[in-house]
Design a protein around this ligand. Structure first.
Ligand code: FAD
Length: 441
């Protein structure tokens, strides 16, 4: 019988000494609220562009505590929910342009880590979209055809026998290779925080922002002090609902993962997986699997619940029924590893928006900026988003400030979600509908 640690596995790979909180009233050029990838990349790119800027980051816990430090670590070009939704809303040309920008981010994250000696366990493995039934095979072929229509040159969809040489799972009926990488997201977030600090950015830990007072120079009010800034950037992801303009724009959808003990050589030899690619099943409620740097298996997915009242509390990590479902899925993929012992079982919340694609923009005459809505696919997209927020903050009209994510004249903020109990009932119905659709081969 397994007994799990309900602790984020990545958090055990690097210890943290908390930085000082904000304890005074100050002024600066840019104040960023939230020390995840969005906030940290924004600080990094702003400092690269304008080294003299005085930039402060206020974080409720510590950098990397949120989704960034608990992601599964698949660095993929996916924007929002999936490419099909993106093309439907924005057309081929704009979807391709944005996908290429996020694709570049995959490589640039690797370069950043090497250049700055950030030990983020970056592995340029690509990832494999796999199909385990006829409906998923059809979806792989449709995704491939769509990529071709967009002008890309996707890899072929491999049949079962060829796929199983790449990934030795008896469940896999087909696969398609896509550009991507694996990373330890917590070490990456902690590394970016170290790099921006070395560049002169001040980070305040345990300094939750209580509210933002608008004005010619908006003020970020925290528990320990106030920061008046020329520009304020809100980068709190699933917690954007704390700020009135975003109250009903985002819902927290829980996603869960389990991590095993490191595999022995004998266990490793049972399953062919020579390229160590991240593996993602081609369906809406994702199942995914990967090796960690020290050869543990991370298996993630299963149900993606919404809990009544936007419940984001950490106690939702203790959900035995979810882990039973994930373990069943794991055995479906890898019956050869029935003896594997899983030691970590945990979850986090992804920021889902009504139109399933990220949003970046400006409020209050341009002095308050925001970026959120990654829908669970944000490791590479936040890097691109950092450049978008840099250009919006500097008032520059660039390729990045014109990407489809930006709420400009053509696109506005996402539609509101309904209040409870309609939200809870709606979320449950959507999950059931997805399960039903995917059970029809
Ligand atoms: C379990 C899980 C697995 C995922 N796996 C992947 C993956 O494999 N690949 C992928 O591409 N994406 C993945 N994602 C999505 C990805 O992690 C996010 O899109 C990305 O990290 C978002 O970064 P962020 O900086 O916007 O948000 P966060 O990392 O959540 O940062 C927001 C920060 O704001 C802080 N904060 C909140 N409120 C306040 C406040 N009032 N004052 C001050 N600070 C505040 C929080 O503490 C947090 O640190 C996953 C997400 C989850 C939850």
């Amino acid at each position: 019988m397994n007994s799990y640690k309900h602790v984020v596995y990545w958090h055990d790979t690097e210890s943290v000494t908390l930085g000082a909180p904000l304890r005074e009233d100050i002024e600066c050029d840019v104040c960023i609220v939230g020390g995840g990838f969005t906030g940290l990349w924004t600080a990094y790119f702003l400092k690269e562009a304008e080294p003299a800027l005085d930039i402060r980051v206020v974080e409720a816990h510590h950098s990397g505590y949120g989704a960034s430090g608990r992601a599964d670590g698949f660095v993929t070009p996916t924007i929002g929910k999936d490419i099909q939704a993106l093309v439907r809303e924005f057309g081929y040309a704009r979807a391709l342009h944005a996908s290429q920008a996020v694709g570049r981010s995959i490589l640039e994250i690797g370069r950043f880590a090497r250049k700055n000696r950030v030990d983020a366990e970056y592995e340029a493995t690509d990832y494999l979209m796999v199909a385990t039934d006829a409906a998923q095979l059809k979806r792989l072929r449709e995704d491939r055809a769509l990529a071709q229509r967009m002008g890309a040159a996707p890899a072929p969809v491999l049949p079962a026998d060829e796929s199983r040489a790449v990934i030795g799972s008896p469940a896999v009926l087909g696969s398609m290779r896509t550009g991507g990488a694996l990373v330890n997201p917590y070490k990456l977030a902690r590394g970016i925080a170290r790099v921006v600090r070395e560049k002169g950015v001040t980070l305040y830990d345990t300094s939750p922002c209580l509210r933002v007072e608008p004005g010619a120079r908006p003020t970020v009010v925290t528990t320990g002090g106030r920061i008046k800034a020329d520009k304020v950037v809100l980068a709190t992801n699933v917690h954007m609902d704390a700020f009135p303009p975003f109250r009903r724009k985002v819902v927290p959808i829980w996603t869960y993962a389990m991590v095993s003990e490191p595999l022995t050589d004998a266990q490793l030899s049972r399953v062919a997986w020579p390229g160590r690619e991240g593996l993602v099943e081609a369906k809406s409620l994702l199942t995914c699997a990967r090796f960690t740097h020290d050869n543990r298996i991370m298996f993630a997915g299963g149900p993606a619940p919404y809990y009544f009242g936007r419940d984001k509390r950490q106690r939702n990590m203790n959900r035995p029924e979810v882990y039973r479902a994930i373990h069943r899925e794991f055995l479906r993929f890898f019956p050869q590893w029935a003896d594997l012992r899983f030691t970590y079982a945990y979850g986090g919340t992804a920021d889902v928006v009504r139109d399933y694609a990220p949003h970046f923009g400006r409020l209050d005459g341009g002095n308050i900026l925001y970026g959120y809505g990654y829908c669970g696919n944000g490791i590479a997209a936040t890097h691109t988003g950092g450049k978008v927020l840099r250009d919006l903050a500097l008032g520059k009209d660039t390729d990045y400030s014109r990407l489809l994510f930006v709420d400009d004249g053509r696109r506005g903020q996402p539609a509101d979600f309904p209040p409870e109990p309609a939200l809870f009932l709606g979320a449950r119905a959507v999950t059931r509908l997805m399960n039903w659709k995917e059970s029809r081969a």
